[in-house]
Ligand binder design. Structure first.
Ligand code: ADP
Ligand code: 5GP
Length: 264
């Protein structure tokens, strides 16, 4: 065999090996779809939080996998109830009392911020186009149109909190809760907050002073539908928010039964 022949055979051999290796890689990726999921979740989360130190963030993010064996994931807590019933007030009290155990899932919304609402804390306030992009990326665990605006729960956020062994609190409407109950059957705890009467609900919504008369009317119309739908769904634990302090105590008592390991 002369040099030229040798080089040519070597070339063919390398091409063959390269092809085989490529095939092997493809086979591996096919066998492990979770790899794509892990990388997509990581990318979504990092885009959401935009940390300055990406290396440090990645180190902390992936460290969850090291603890996987002794990790106790907590079921997310889904809270619903008509607008103005007191969900936000009760949740603020909960986060104040148990800042380590419960983490709020910050939804995306296309509605405008109210005075005092902070982007990234109360909601991620985005345009309809940005919301659409997240839908296309399949970034939402669920999303719904509520009172004429879009709202969505970010999947990567919920997964991150669960991996940390904390309770992810998802405050969403009943349509959203129904979608979650179908995509994650028996994997969440559900609470529906009720007001003592329709008049009291209107009083609270008006008293909060954040909505126009037109928006209040729209939310009051939806309230009755939401209550009926919640009853139909049948998976909610109901809590009547009459006296705030007493209701908070009832809420904690209920959470103690849901999350025995947290020792609340
Ligand atoms: P939601 O988050 O369900 O829309 P909020 O927590 O914003 O409702 O409560 C609406 C208004 O009702 C607020 O002004 C809040 O202070 C008031 N509120 C909440 N719970 C009670 C209660 N048990 N009794 C009287 N007012 C309440
Ligand atoms: P608000 O505009 O008063 O903050 O919220 C209006 C309604 O949208 C409330 O019933 C709230 O629970 C619901 N909501 C907030 N975030 C989400 C979400 O991510 N998904 C769904 N389906 N509903 C949400």
């Amino acid at each position: 065999m002369d040099q030229q022949q040798f080089d040519s055979e070597l070339q063919t051999y390398f091409l063959h090996i390269k092809h085989e290796i490529k095939q092997e890689h493809i086979e591996y990726l096919k066998k492990h779809p979770e790899l794509n999921q892990i990388l997509n979740d990581f990318t979504s989360q990092i885009i959401l939080e935009k940390p300055d130190n990406v290396y440090q963030y990645a180190k902390e993010y992936f460290s969850f996998f090291n603890q996987e064996k002794d990790l106790k994931t907590c079921k997310p807590l889904v809270i619903s109830g008509a607008s103005g019933v007191g969900k936000g007030t009760l949740l603020q009290m909960l986060f104040k009392q148990y800042p380590q155990q419960f983490v709020f899932s910050v939804s995306y919304t296309t509605r405008a911020p109210r005075p005092g609402e902070v982007h990234g804390q109360h909601y991620y306030f985005v345009s309809k186009e940005e919301f659409q992009k997240e839908i296309e990326k399949k970034a939402f665990l669920e999303y719904s149109e509520v009172h004429g605006n879009y709202y969505g729960t970010h999947l990567a956020q919920v997964q991150k909190v669960m991996k940390q062994g904390q309770v992810c609190v998802i405050e969403i409407d009943v349509q959203g809760a129904e979608k979650i109950s179908k995509s994650m059957p028996n994997q969440c705890n559900y609470i529906f907050i009720n007001a003592p009467s329709v008049e009291e609900l209107r009083k609270r919504l008006t008293g909060r002073g954040t909505e126009t008369e037109e928006v209040i009317e729209k939310r009051m119309k939806n309230a009755q539908k939401e209550i009926e739908k919640a009853h139909q769904l049948g998976f909610y634990n109901e809590l009547l928010n009459d006296d705030l302090q007493k209701t908070f105590k009832k809420l904690i008592d209920l959470l103690k039964t849901f999350y025995v390991d947290l020792k609340l």
